[in-house]
Design a protein around this ligand. Structure first.
Ligand code: C2O
Ligand code: CU
Ligand code: CU
Length: 504
């Protein structure tokens, strides 16, 4: 058995808490959106923040809002935080008024009535605060939830594989926290620069929980709600052997077909939908979900950061000792176990995997030239095309009905950036000059990984890498709309690595 697995399981104390499974109420409980507007109250609870909701006599915290494609959703957010906030619906096809991009805020004790139609295909989208400069703090302190959209493909999959949400379909939220600051957000200069990394990787709010499973297939729907941490997810059996799994879907829903994988990277804000098969494993054994080691490629050196212009009023103030050298907390790329599945009964293989899961939207031919977007660092701040967020400037203007190809190019001396676009799902066309550590995950001649083959709203771009994405900018709104393109490392985002995008 590899040493890290042995260490992780040496003491049962390593997996002493049972996994919190979202059910029909409580934390992340399934709350089906109905005809009447649903109230979400943003409030403090103990030292944490939460969205509280009530419906049909049940109480929820950070509910998983469930709705069918085509539903007209009404959600009223009541701000009891004592500071401004706003809620962004991550991944949705939505107009600017409802997008929650942070340019209009909900004042303390104020309320905002969101009203929008769900145009998206089935998938786990999510919601989180987006007040510029406070997004990282409010999200870290616990304010986020899932918006689960369902449709016929989704129901067909559950039927074919006999999946029941909360039983054999589990939602897993990854978020790392600081032992020294569980619900407090107090970043040092290095955290502001690189990202706020915790030292306690949590799954559904617990550190290294366990979960008893039957020897059958389980669907795992993961959201990386961490501020900055990327996970390299893999499963390992108790004899040390890797357990391959099937990738069913990505940010924007199901793939065309399931793809067999050994591991996937999951950057901040990304989602993956996985199928793992415990059939044939011995009763009493276990399987670990873990994050494997990788090179975090945080290549901005201390000297480079020190060269930053100290006269700017940037959020990236440096400590008296000079420039930040590395993020604190558990290092990005450090390996650790996340969750232990305990096999409580043996069993046989279940129903056959359906040959096709869904149909991906057809991409129209690109209109116009490729749009280059360079990701880099200068004068103490992370930038897109050398710019930082400015509410007076709209550097990207897209013509109505356009279909564009964007070339996201990350400098060699940089950090990985999880690039996210509001309002649209996109497709990854190609990866070039990727770091060597991606090589074992590459599936096709275009350098793409399994997670690149689905519908996406967030894509990780490594230092030195170029990623081409295709975006169909047609939308159902009569007026032109304003969106955002930003890095979803929340410290990079709050520091200004974000541009306005106007779509005609
Ligand atoms: Cu989840 Cu503007 O982001
Ligand atoms: Cu978003
Ligand atoms: Cu970034």
């Amino acid at each position: 058995m590899p040493r890290e697995v042995r260490d992780a399981c040496a003491a049962d104390a390593a997996f002493a808490t049972s996994l919190r499974v979202p059910g029909s109420d409580g934390w992340l409980g399934r709350l089906v959106l109905g005809g009447n507007p649903q109230m979400l109250r943003a409030q403090a609870r103990d030292s944490a923040l939460e969205f509280a909701a009530e419906a049909n006599g049940r109480r929820y915290r950070n509910p998983m809002l469930v709705a069918e494609t085509g539903t007209k959703a009404g959600i009223s957010v009541d701000n009891k935080l004592g500071e401004p906030t706003v809620v962004h619906w991550h991944g949705l096809t939505i107009d600017t008024r409802n997008d929650g991009n942070g340019e209009t805020l909900i004042a303390p004790n104020g309320r905002f009535d969101y009203a929008f139609e769900l145009f998206n295909r089935a998938g786990h989208y999510w919601y989180h605060p987006h007040p510029h400069g406070a997004t990282a703090r409010q999200t870290y302190r616990g304010l986020f939830g899932i918006l689960a959209v369902e449709d016929d493909d989704e129901r067909a999959l559950r039927r074919a594989l006999d999946l029941t949400p909360g039983v054999t379909e589990l939602t897993l939220v990854l978020q790392d926290r600081r032992a020294s600051a569980r619900n407090r957000y107090m970043p040092a200069p290095e955290d502001v620069l690189f990202g706020w990394y915790g030292d306690l990787p949590q799954v559904n709010g617990s550190v290294r929980p366990f979960h008893a499973v039957g020897a059958r297939r389980y669907r795992l729907r993961l959201l990386n709600a961490s501020n900055a941490r990327t996970y390299r997810l893999a499963f390992r059996r108790d004899d040390g052997a890797g357990l391959p799994f099937q990738l069913l879907g990505t940010d924007g829903g199901l793939l065309g077909q399931a793809i067999a994988c050994q591991q996937v990277f999951l950057a901040p804000a990304e989602r993956v939908d996985l199928l793992v098969d415990f059939a044939g494993l011995p009763r009493g054994g276990f399987v670990l979900l873990e994050s494997l080691a990788f090179d975090p490629m945080l290549a901005v050196s201390a000297t480079q950061a020190a060269r930053s212009d100290s006269t700017t009023s940037s959020a990236h103030a440096h400590g008296a000792s000079g420039a930040p050298a590395a993020p604190s907390g558990l290092a990005d790329g450090a390996p650790f176990p996340l969750l232990q599945f305990r096999i409580r009964e043996s069993g046989a293989a279940g129903p056959r995997m359906p040959a096709s899961l869904s149909r991906l939207p057809v991409l129209p031919a690109a209109t116009g030239d490729e749009r280059p977007l360079r990701l880099g660092f200068a004068k103490g701040r992370w930038r897109i095309n050398d710019r930082v967020y400015d509410t007076q400037a709209t550097p990207i203007e897209v013509a109505r009905g356009a279909s564009e190809i964007w070339l996201l190019r990350n400098y060699h001396t940089s950090a990985p950036h999880a690039m996210h676009l509001h309002g649209f799902q996109f497709r990854v066309l190609e990866r070039e000059t990727s770091p060597d550590q991606l090589a074992p995950l590459v599936l096709d001649g275009k350098g793409r990984l399994a997670t690149d083959l689905g519908v996406k709203d967030t894509v990780l771009v490594w230092p030195g890498e170029s990623v081409r994405i295709a975006i169909d900018f047609r939308h159902p709104f009569s007026e032109s709309q304003l969106y955002l393109l930003h890095c979803h490392n929340l410290e990079h985002e709050d520091g200004g690595m974000m541009l306005r995008v106007k779509v005609g």
